[in-house]
Design a protein around this ligand. Structure first.
Ligand code: GLC
Length: 414
C-alpha cells in the first residue's frame, strides 16, 4: 500500500473514532426516598439526547453530614472528579474556593427563573458557585384518618400536638411523633424549628451568639419532654434520620412525623400503609413567649462544578438539563422534591401529584435559613452534639444550652 493511501485511511479511522468519542462526567448523587431512581431516569434521557456525554453517578450516604465530610475529601484532593457535586444548601460558603463561578455560563434571563433567595444563597463573595436544584422546608405530616376518628384538628401549637399524639397513640398502640434526633445536621434543622417557633435564636442577624435564652431552653425542653415526660416519641428517635422516621410513619406506626416533602409520593404509593390517610401542615408554634411563630427550616440541594473538572461545558449542559422546568416537574412529581424554578409551581400535573407545593407554598417562601458561614459545619456540630447530649440524658437541658453557648462563642471568637 502506498504511504499516502495508508495515511489517508489512518486519518479517516481517527476521524471516525473521535466522532464517537464520549466525554465522561462523574456526578455525586443521593439515594434518600426515590431520588436516585428518579435521577437515573433523568440521566438516561440526558445521555440519549447527548450521545457524546456519558454520566456516571457516584452514590453518597444519606446523611448530609457524611456527604459534607466526603466532599471535603474529594475537593481537597484537587482531582478532576467528581465533576458535578450536589451540595446541601448550607455548603456553598465552605466549598466556594473549590467551585466554578457559574455566572458566565448562565444568562440573567436563565437565572431569573429560580427562587432569588436560592440564587443569593449560592452566591458567595460575588461568585455564583452553585445552581439551586430543589428547595426544602420542614413540614408536619399527620394521619388525617386518625385525627378525624378522634375528632381532632391538625395541631397549631406544640402543646396541642403533644396532647393529640398522646391521646391517639395510647389508643392505637402506635408512636405519637417521629422526627430526626440523631447527632447530625438533620437534628440542627429540627431544633432550629423549635427555637424559632418559641421566638428565640442561636445567632442573631449580626452573627452574635444569643442562644443562652429562656426561649432556647423551652425549645429543647419541649423536645426532651416529648421523649421522657409525655412519651409521644420513642427513645430511639435520638438515633433517627429522615428515612428512619419515614419508614415508621409509612408503615402506619406513628400519628405525626416531621420531615421534608420528599416523603409525599412515597406515602401515597400503592405499597404504603398510609396511602390516602395523610395530611400535611405547617409545623406547630411555641407558646408563652413574644414572637412565637410557625417555623420551617429552609433546606434544599444545589448543583456545583468542581473547579478542577476537565469537562466544565458538558457539566454545565447537564446542570441546565436537570434544572429545566420539564425535568424539575418530573423530579417534583416522582421524588417529591420542591422545584427551584418558580414556574413549575404553576404546572397542574405537579400540583395534582404533590398538592402541598400549592397548599404550603408560603411555608417554602418563608422558610428560615441556617447561618451562612464557611464554618457552618462546625457551628452546626456544636448545636446538634449538645442537643443530642440533652436528648440522651448526657447533659441536662440547662447544661446543654450553656455548653452550646460557650462553645459557639469560642468558635466564633466572641
Ligand atoms: C434535607 C435538606 C437539607 C438538610 C438535611 C438535613 O436534605 O434539604 O438542607 O440539611 O435534610 O438532614
Amino acid at each position: 500500500m502506498k504511504r499516502s493511501v495508508f495515511l489517508a485511511i489512518a486519518l479517516m479511522i481517527a476521524l471516525v473514532i473521535s466522532s464517537f468519542a464520549t466525554v465522561t462526567i462523574v456526578m455525586t448523587a443521593g439515594a434518600v426516598g426515590a431520588e436516585l431512581q428518579v435521577l437515573q431516569t433523568q440521566i438516561k434521557e440526558f445521555m440519549q439526547q447527548n450521545p457524546d456525554i456519558k454520566v456516571v453517578l457516584m452514590p453518597m450516604p444519606n446523611s448530609t453530614t457524611d456527604r459534607y465530610n466526603l466532599d471535603v475529601t474529594y475537593l481537597s484532593a484537587q482531582m478532576p472528579e467528581p465533576d458535578i457535586l450536589f451540595l446541601d444548601t448550607i455548603d456553598p460558603p465552605a466549598f466556594a474556593d473549590f467551585l466554578v463561578n457559574l455566572k458566565p455560563y448562565f444568562t440573567d434571563q436563565e437565572l431569573s427563573q429560580f427562587f432569588q433567595g436560592a440564587i443569593n444563597n449560592d452566591t458567595y463573595n460575588g461568585r455564583l458557585v452553585a445552581i439551586p436544584w430543589f428547595v426544602d422546608a420542614g413540614i408536619l405530616y399527620y394521619r388525617s384518618d386518625l385525627l378525624q376518628k378522634y375528632g381532632f384538628q391538625p395541631p397549631t401549637t406544640w402543646d396541642q400536638l403533644i396532647q393529640e399524639a398522646q391521646y391517639i397513640s395510647q389508643r392505637e398502640h402506635i408512636q405519637g411523633f417521629v422526627w430526626q434526633g440523631a447527632a447530625y445536621e438533620g437534628l440542627t434543622c429540627d431544633f432550629m424549628e423549635y427555637v424559632h417557633s418559641y421566638g428565640g435564636n442561636i445567632l442573631d442577624e449580626n452573627g452574635k451568639v444569643v442562644s443562652d435564652s429562656p426561649q432556647v431552653k423551652a425549645a429543647l425542653q419541649t423536645m426532651y419532654d416529648m421523649i421522657y415526660k409525655y412519651k409521644i416519641s420513642p427513645v430511639g428517635v435520638t438515633t433517627y434520620q429522615e428515612e428512619d422516621a419515614r419508614h415508621i410513619f409509612q408503615n402506619g406506626d406513628a400519628v405525626f412525623m416531621r420531615n421534608w416533602p420528599y416523603c409525599w409520593p412515597l406515602l401515597q404509593a400503592t405499597d404504603s400503609a398510609v396511602r390516602g390517610k395523610v395530611g400535611v401542615e405547617v409545623l406547630p408554634e411555641g407558646t408563652g413567649f413574644p414572637g412565637v411563630h410557625h417555623s420551617a427550616t429552609l433546606g434544599g440541594w444545589e448543583l456545583a462544578i468542581n473547579k478542577y473538572s476537565e469537562h466544565i461545558p458538558e457539566a454545565v449542559k447537564l446542570i441546565k438539563f436537570l434544572t429545566s422546568p420539564q425535568q424539575e416537574a418530573y423530579k417534583a412529581i416522582n421524588a417529591g422534591q420542591a422545584p427551584s424554578v418558580l414556574s413549575v409551581y404553576n404546572d397542574p400535573a405537579v400540583i395534582k401529584a404533590v398538592p402541598l407545593f400549592k397548599s404550603l407554598y408560603d411555608v417554602f417562601v418563608n422558610a428560615e435559613p441556617r447561618p451562612k458561614s464557611p464554618i457552618y459545619a462546625q457551628i452546626s456540630q456544636v448545636i446538634y452534639d449538645n442537643v443530642n447530649a440533652a436528648l440522651t440524658n448526657q447533659e441536662t437541658v440547662d447544661q446543654a444550652v450553656a455548653k452550646m453557648t460557650s462553645q459557639l462563642k469560642q468558635l466564633l471568637g466572641q
